[in-house]
Design a binder for this molecule. Structure first.
Ligand SMILES: [Zn+2]
Length: 313
């Protein structure tokens, strides 16, 4: 492999220089050593994993990015972050009153509660979107047993030794330690919300529709920058769902029919193709050696795309 990338491999300890061993690997001794090293590193990885697991079992392994509503003190213990915990309590109280995740998101927007990433100080990609909570984020908070004071670890494990890819562990195998840190939500309220979530999930349980459509991940809202969602109704639409709770944003309830968007795209592509063809023809006629400026053309195309998306609502 090294010669392929024109790399010379020198191992001083093994007295090995790939330049002196063209085509071979330096004999059995070196090959055996490599094998041992790989075995050693896998063994080390296993030991580190088991030490980490032991820490989890004792409730000592806490992630720096702890659950929203908590922060780590100087002893790396979870303590309540009052302002964020207040929002967590509000979310649970609304859920008990029967509010759905979308209604809760709407309430939080009106109440100007910063979404978790904005609260942590990460600047929103677009100003004005810092109060827009995703339904899924609210759902994750409502399902998080950590708010009752229970320590939870071991939700994921690596696919195989040394791999960075992880797989989800079934909940029955998670490590749970009750009364590990101060609770934000009492267990009765938490359990009540779980029951309510279960019954709404049962009511909603219709088979998921295939989420594939022509401009998937290709059509973006010109105002907030989020990918447009596809609504497969009789008259299919592309909609900006991101600002569905933010009534005072420019793209609130923005929608465009798939036919309309398709027509705009078709016209744009025709114009671009024409420009390229015209350019090619004039190049041939004048016999000039100037090559077509692809970069400029694609930049123009992007500008036009942004213009047409932002001007179409
Ligand atoms: Zn938008």
């Amino acid at each position: 492999m090294f010669p392929l990338f024109r790399t010379r491999f020198i191992s001083v300890g093994d007295n090995f220089d790939s330049a002196e061993h063209e085509g071979d690997t330096g004999g059995m001794e070196i090959a055996f050593k490599f094998l041992m090293h790989e075995y050693y590193s896998k063994d080390l990885s296993r030991k580190i994993t088991s030490a980490k697991h032991e820490k989890m079992r004792r409730g000592e392994a806490v992630n720096k990015n702890c659950a929203y509503g908590y922060r780590l003190n100087s002893k790396r213990q979870l303590e309540i972050d009052e302002a964020a915990a207040d929002t967590v309590k509000l979310i649970f109280n609304l859920a008990v009153k029967g509010y759905g995740t979308r209604q809760i998101a709407s309430f939080l927007y009106n109440d100007k509660r910063l979404k978790p990433s904005a609260y942590k100080g990460n600047l929103a990609s677009k100003p004005g979107t810092e109060y827009i909570w995703k339904d899924s984020r609210i759902y994750t908070i409502l399902r998080d047993e950590q708010y009752t004071g229970t320590y939870i670890a071991g939700k994921f494990k690596s696919k195989k030794v040394g791999s960075r890819r992880t797989v989800r562990v079934p909940e029955s195998d998670w490590i749970k330690i009750p009364d590990h840190h101060p609770a934000i939500i009492d267990i009765e309220q938490f359990n009540k919300v779980q029951e309510m979530l279960k019954s709404t999930a049962q009511k909603k349980s219709k088979p998921l529709q295939p989420r594939d459509y022509l401009l998937r991940k290709k059509a973006f809202c010109g105002c907030c920058g989020h990918a447009l969602d596809y609504s497969a109704t009789k008259n299919p639409m592309y909609v900006c769902k991101f600002t569905s709770v933010a009534y005072d944003t420019d793209c609130y309830k923005f929608r465009i029919t798939a036919i309309e968007l398709g027509t705009i795209l078709f016209e744009m592509m025709t114009e671009q193709a024409k420009a390229i063809l015209d350019d090619d023809l004039s190049d041939k006629n004048s016999d000039s050696s100037d090559s077509f400026d692809h970069e400029k053309c694609s930049a123009d195309l992007q500008d036009e795309t942004a213009d047409s998306t932002s001007s179409s609502y």
